[in-house]
Design a protein around this ligand. Structure first.
Ligand code: FES
Length: 193
């Protein structure tokens, strides 16, 4: 069995096989490891393959990112919007006198013994802050920039540009009050129950 790096006699002077190096020492051929004979070439090939693989990975990464951006651009954004029509309870749930504020729905529910129910939007028409109702002067006040609204929602003090909105309130079949924020009504609108 031949070991790499050992001298072996080849008899007559003749060209060494390509796997062996002729050391010109008495016609001896010297077997060198393949890696020594072809190492340089191998290294170049390996290095080329490494760079090629890295390039392909980078290319596919770039393609993936670009495709993701395109898909995202083409997919419509979905925004959650709470339902505009909802039930708020039965008439008996609301007392006469000062309005009831429903924080989640951002509305004031008025109940008057003679006039019935009315629902006002608690969102200020300036920049959307939530207004408060003050029984002491029977007006709405905005805590953000000082707008003041009369009891019917009319602007008494800016910077609010428009009156507060009033929403339609009806009686559902199950006896509950239903508010529809998509249906604005005049401030004089009332539901008699
Ligand atoms: S948000 Fe109400 S006054 Fe500005």
């Amino acid at each position: 069995m031949r070991e790499s790096g050992t001298l072996e006699r080849t008899g007559q002077a003749k060209a060494c096989p390509t796997q062996q190096a002729d050391l010109h020492s008495g016609g001896a051929c010297f077997s060198l490891p393949f890696s020594v004979l072809y190492g340089n070439k191998r290294m170049k090939r390996r290095s080329f393959l490494n760079w090629g693989t890295a390039g392909l990975v980078a290319l596919w990464s770039a393609v993936g990112v670009s495709l993701g951006a395109v898909v995202r651009f083409l997919t419509p954004s979905v925004f959650y919007e709470p339902p505009q029509t909802f039930k708020i309870g039965t008439p008996a749930d609301f007392s006469f006198g000062p309005p009831t504020f429903l924080a989640e729905e951002k509305i004031f529910v008025f109940r008057d013994r003679e006039k019935g129910f009315a629902v006002a939007n608690a969102v200020c028409t300036h920049l959307g802050c939530t207004v408060g109702y003050f029984q002491s002067d029977e007006r709405f006040h905005c805590p953000c920039h000082g707008s003041v609204f009369a009891a019917d929602g009319a602007v008494q003090h800016g910077p609010a540009p428009r009156p507060l909105e009033w929403f339609e309130v009806t009686l559902a079949r199950d006896g509950q009050l239903r508010v529809d924020k998509d249906r604005a009504v005049p401030a004089s609108y009332r539901l008699m129950v």
